[in-house]
Design a protein around this ligand. Structure first.
Ligand code: IMP
Length: 422
């Protein structure tokens, strides 16, 4: 069976940490969508690592890590990630396997991303500018270049033809994007040479065989459900299916092979980039969350917007994904608040609703809160569920009842060790 681990908000929930914590239970960790727009942070033994494309199981001795067909790979960033892990003496050839059907991000995809965002002006998505949108556009437009193409004689012809087309498209945007293509290509070809030294596989075949052999697999999601191309806050979303169904298409495993669906959420909410965020705070409470929670993007360093927990949105994500177990992250960041708020319904065009409506822009939606007493205790040294403060337990109990799914892990700090199991 394949278990899934998914972010239920706008990304940055702490998926990397939990995959790292859970990896000891799995033979294979597989990424199924997104690309280097993701930044999965892992902290252990006093070291911090940010992974972008490489699955978060890479630090464990045993696990095989797979980059699935649904992922888009920027060879340049991929090479840097591999270089950054050199101290760990990881045998990448045997531990990191790449799907031949994964698409490649070309230097010109990044340029197109930048041009598209600049041309949008105030309406920009707030993209990470990693070329994600243009690469998925080429995938669905049936123009993309895939990892498996690198094994074919004519891949450079394909590359040149697509790059030529992208350069024409760049002119269409009529914005001033500075670049030196020769320099970008030199870096790109160097990185391709590194990529080609890794093992390419027909990953759908590999994974289905592994399932038949009784191997345990964890599919690691990137971004979050509210950034899903279909179910997120469109158009302020990413270009892939971040929800459970994306694991089926992004790995080639059938729905009846999916086991547990682990849903991760922060005890509050954050969002980086543009788009509606009904519980966003512009006051000191929001600033406290940002400061205490170190809320800066792991990929871009941008400050994250912060706000109260939104149960309307969380219930929606739980429903779309079929979540079976919840994991609540960053409970420690809320220590010290006198009162906490949780959004339990919206007022949508004058009527109270408890489901996520079509449009959640501020002109259509206002939020209704339930208040809770805060807790003062520092949680970061807690080791067992019996030590959780009473007011935090009341908070957890309320969420579990509203969402009707148990919270099995409460994370009380970024380190692998700061994890309380319930
Ligand atoms: P893109 O996927 O880089 O095009 O970005 C689209 C939107 O998704 C922007 O608002 C980004 O800030 C957001 N986004 C993309 N990847 C992540 C992530 O890993 N965490 C949080 N937000 C993300």
């Amino acid at each position: 069976m394949v278990d899934l681990l998914l972010g239920l908000q706008w990304g940055d929930e702490g998926k990397g940490k939990i995959v790292d914590v859970l990896t000891k239970n799995y033979d294979i960790i597989a990424r199924f969508q997104g690309g280097p727009n993701a930044g999965h942070t892992l902290i252990f033994d006093g070291n911090k690592h940010v992974l972008h494309t490489i699955p978060s199981g890479i630090f464990h001795k045993k696990a095989i890590n797979i980059v699935g067909n649904g992922v888009v790979i920027d060879p340049v960033i991929f090479k840097k990630e591999i270089d950054n892990l050199s101290a760990y003496k990881i045998d990448f050839k045997s531990k990191l396997l790449i799907s031949r059907k994964a698409h490649l991000i070309l230097p010109t995809h990044r340029l197109l991303d930048a041009a598209s965002e600049t041309a949008k002006g105030k309406a920009k998505i707030g993209s990470t500018l990693k070329g994600i949108g243009p690469t998925y556009m080429d995938k669905t437009g049936r123009n993309g270049i895939r990892v498996g193409d690198l094994e074919l004689e004519n891949w450079k012809d394909k590359y040149n033809a697509l790059t030529k087309k992208h350069l024409k498209m760049l002119n269409f945007f009529e914005v001033d994007i500075q670049y030196d293509l020769a320099e970008l290509e030199e870096e790109f070809y160097e990185a391709i040479a590194v990529l080609k030294k890794l093992t390419f596989i027909d990953s759908e075949n590999y994974l289905n065989q592994a399932i038949n052999d009784g191997k345990t697999i964890l599919a690691e999601g990137a971004q979050g459900s509210l950034l899903d191309i279909d179910f997120g806050t469109y158009p302020y979303v990413t270009s892939s299916t971040t929800t459970a169904a994306g694991a089926c298409t992004g790995l080639g495993v059938a729905p009846n092979r999916i086991g547990e669906v682990f849903g991760i959420f922060k005890a509050y909410t954050t969002r980086v980039g543009s788009g509606p965020f009904p519980t966003e705070l512009f006051d000191d409470d929001g600033k406290t969350m940002a400061t205490v929670g170190h809320e800066f993007g792991a990929t871009t360093g941008r400050p994250r917007r912060c706000g109260w927990l939104d149960l309307v949105a969380l219930k929606y994500a739980v429903q779309i994904n079929g979540v079976t177990q919840l994991m609540m992250m960053k409970g420690d960041v809320l220590s010290g608040f006198d009162r906490l708020k949780v959004c339990t319904s919206y007022t949508y065009k004058g009527t109270e609703v408890t489901h996520l409506p079509y449009n959640i822009e501020p002109e259509n939606v206002s939020v209704n809160y339930t208040e809770f007493k805060g807790w003062q205790a520092d949680l970061t040294a807690l080791e067992s569920a019996s030590q959780l403060p009473e007011n935090l337990l009341a908070y957890i109990d309320f969420i579990e009842k509203e969402v009707a799914v148990p919270i099995k892990i409460v994370s009380v700090g970024p380190d692998r060790k700061q994890t309380v199991f319930r």
